[in-house]
Design a protein. Structure first.
Ligand code: KG4
Ligand code: ZN
Length: 333
């Protein structure tokens, strides 16, 4: 398409409201409003999330536009998360995006949230070369995505039950830590011995994952340890966090490395909220270097949910003129 593309992107699939401005695929701003209301409940409460999105969306869009120095009349398209995610949350972002696009007479572009996590790799340099194998680990998904070229995404492995992020968050809950527990486990693990406790993971067919056995294993381990010593967690919390973290990191990486070896792929990456995990970031870099492969991790700000990743995905669709109709329904999964 001729001329510049100034794109507003909106992400509202779960509990963060985010808006970004991109000019020809370059991120000019990326603002995020986090929701604290869920902490007390130990997980995201859908009804509270959609209400908070309604409060946050306009200020966050204003912040993104002000920081980028862009006015409404400058916009060429609006990209939004079409799903998957919480229905009420998705509706706030998609209705806002469609309504604004309609009033400005510009196209709206629905984006798949999981595609966007992978596409976060294509925001900054160096960009992965194809074929590229990406492990997407978030609060709702765990997937191995194969990109043979810029326009194809094939899921070659996925979890049969919980996601890696849920494994972190549910472990944190068992340990009495607030939601979301993933980042807290990461912090506490810094002072722990990752080899002190052993937890087993399930070997699945192909490149699939299952986390339900691990979760039960951790529950029984803690019940047992606390029965023997009620003060166990006060002394051992950091070691338990480090050991659980190592178990999850080794498990998610094992299929990525095996699949890349099987398929002869030398460009590998991680994406999604759990890719913010420091142990996982270190481990993928180490494993890739050992094999003389290239590993990629998006900038920290583009790992957890953010609108810039929706923007870069929307921009590739804009170039292909893949616009969405006003009655586009949320993707279920
Ligand atoms: O991608 P994301 O922001 O939202 C979803 O699409 O689900 O991922 C959120 C997940 C949560 O489970 C959170 O605990 C986890 O990512 N997470 C982490 C870390 N930062 C975020 N897990 C482990 N270590 C971290 N540093
Ligand atoms: Zn996500």
């Amino acid at each position: 398409m001729a001329g510049d593309c100034i794109l507003l992107a909106i992400e509202s699939s779960c509990d963060d409201t985010s808006a970004a401005i991109l000019k020809n695929g370059q991120v000019l701003s990326n603002k995020i409003a986090n929701q604290q209301v869920h902490e007390a409940f130990g997980g995201v409460v859908p009804e509270l999330a959609s209400r908070a999105h309604q409060q946050h969306i306009l200020p966050v869009v204003h912040q993104a536009m002000d920081e980028a120095g862009i006015r409404l009349g400058d916009l060429n398209a609006i990209a939004y998360t079409q799903g998957p995610g919480l229905m009420g949350s998705l509706l706030v972002g998609s209705s806002f995006a469609k309504g604004l696009a309609l009033s400005l007479g510009i196209p709206s572009i629905g984006v798949h949230h999981m595609d966007a996590h992978v596409m976060a790799h294509f925001i900054d340099e160096p960009k992965p070369q194809f074929p590229f194998l990406c492990l997407v680990v978030s609060g709702g998904h765990t997937q191995l995505v194969l990109m043979r070229d810029a326009h194809s995404m094939e899921i070659i492995g996925k979890t049969k039950d919980d996601a890696a992020g849920e494994a972190f968050d549910k472990t944190a809950k068992l340990l009495g830590l607030p939601y979301p527990g993933g980042p807290l486990i990461d912090t506490l693990a810094q002072n722990g011995d990752p080899t002190k406790y052993h937890f087993s993971t399930s070997k699945m067919e192909g490149y699939d994952y299952s986390f339900s056995g691990l979760k039960t294993g951790i529950l029984y381990f803690l019940q047992d340890a606390l029965k023997k010593d009620p003060g166990f967690l006060e002394k051992e919390l950091a070691h338990v966090c480090a050991s659980v973290q190592k178990t999850i990191v080794d498990y998610v990486l094992s299929n990525l490395l095996r699949a890349a070896t099987d398929l002869g792929i030398q460009d590998i990456g991680i994406a999604g909220g759990v890719s913010a995990n420091s142990a996982l970031r270190k481990a993928i870099a180490f494993e890739a270097e050992k094999r003389a492969w290239r590993s990629y991790i998006p900038d920290f700000a583009y790992c957890t949910d953010n609108a810039a990743m929706i923007g870069i995905t929307g921009y590739t669709k804009y170039l292909m003129q893949e616009f969405s109709s006003i009655d586009a329904k949320p993707f279920a999964r």
